[in-house]
Design a protein around this ligand. Structure first.
Ligand SMILES: [Zn+2]
Length: 260
């Protein structure tokens, strides 16, 4: 959320918070300020001269705002890891769709969205290949993914997977972390966005001791986007909209994470 007083932005960006909004509204009442809250743009406008409502800034009609948005992740390096690939298809859906294809499609969309916001994106793979080398073992694959993130000194590591279970009724979205504070924070933000936007059951942000979470040096999460073993979610995961919504929610979660 940003705060603009008399047409000028306050430096920094505060977290959206009900108490802060109420405090600002009460201050406005007492001090006879005009105040306006634009929820969509996460902007509080204050007119300290009199109690009339401040107008929306004209920059919303120009490209200036976009330029500003483009820089929101400037200087950040995000390592995006599409699960499986090459000789490892991951889990298979009831109609034969492959986890490795869904994870790559979501990851490529995520890359695009992160780059639009100014981030540098390091992909562990950007096509249907193994990460270490052709026919690499599962362990070789995992350590190659960790190495890619650590070598790039990425600020975040985002591993994308699809969940699977023997029963085809299992459903929902889960985001895993390895328990450190920053990873938990990131996992919570991404998880909430994902379940909301995909309309899937929110299975929560949870602890897991996955290799890629244990050995990466930066805040890291592993996302089980939805269940490929569930016929409805299989469709969601292979659809253009489902993939785009997943990427969008992950990107939004990352933007929220970096907002102080
Ligand atoms: Zn997987």
């Amino acid at each position: 959320m940003r705060i603009m007083i008399d047409g000028r932005y306050l430096p920094g960006s505060a977290r959206v918070n009900r108490d802060l909004l109420i405090t600002l509204r009460n201050m406005a009442q007492v001090l006879n300020w005009g105040i306006r809250y634009d929820a969509q743009k996460e902007l509080v406008l204050i007119n300290s001269k009199n109690s009339s409502m401040p107008p929306l800034p004209t920059e919303y009609l120009t490209d200036e705002r976009n330029e500003d948005e483009n820089a929101r992740l400037a200087g950040k390096v995000v390592c995006v890891d599409p699960g499986h690939g090459g000789s490892d298809p991951g889990a298979l859906g009831p109609t034969g769709t492959m986890e490795k294809d869904n994870t790559l499609a979501i990851a490529l969309l995520l890359k695009e969205k992160l780059e639009k916001n100014g981030a540098t994106v390091v992909m562990t793979r950007d096509s249907d290949t193994n990460v270490a080398f052709a026919e690499a073992t599962a362990n070789e694959e995992l350590s190659a993914r960790v190495e890619a993130a650590n070598q790039a000194e990425a600020d975040l590591f985002i591993s994308i997977h699809n969940d699977a279970f023997t029963s085809n009724t299992a459903a929902g979205t889960t985001t895993f972390h390895y328990g450190n504070k920053e990873s938990v924070k990131l996992a919570n933000l991404v998880q909430r966005n994902l379940a909301d936007k995909l309309g899937t059951k929110n299975r929560g942000a949870r602890f897991a001791s996955f290799y890629v979470l244990r050995y990466t040096n930066m805040p890291s999460i592993l996302i089980e986007t939805a269940f490929i073993s569930n016929p409805v979610e299989e469709m969601l995961l292979s659809s253009v909209d489902g993939r785009d919504n997943a990427a969008e929610s992950i990107c939004d979660g990352i933007l929220k994470y970096f907002k102080v």
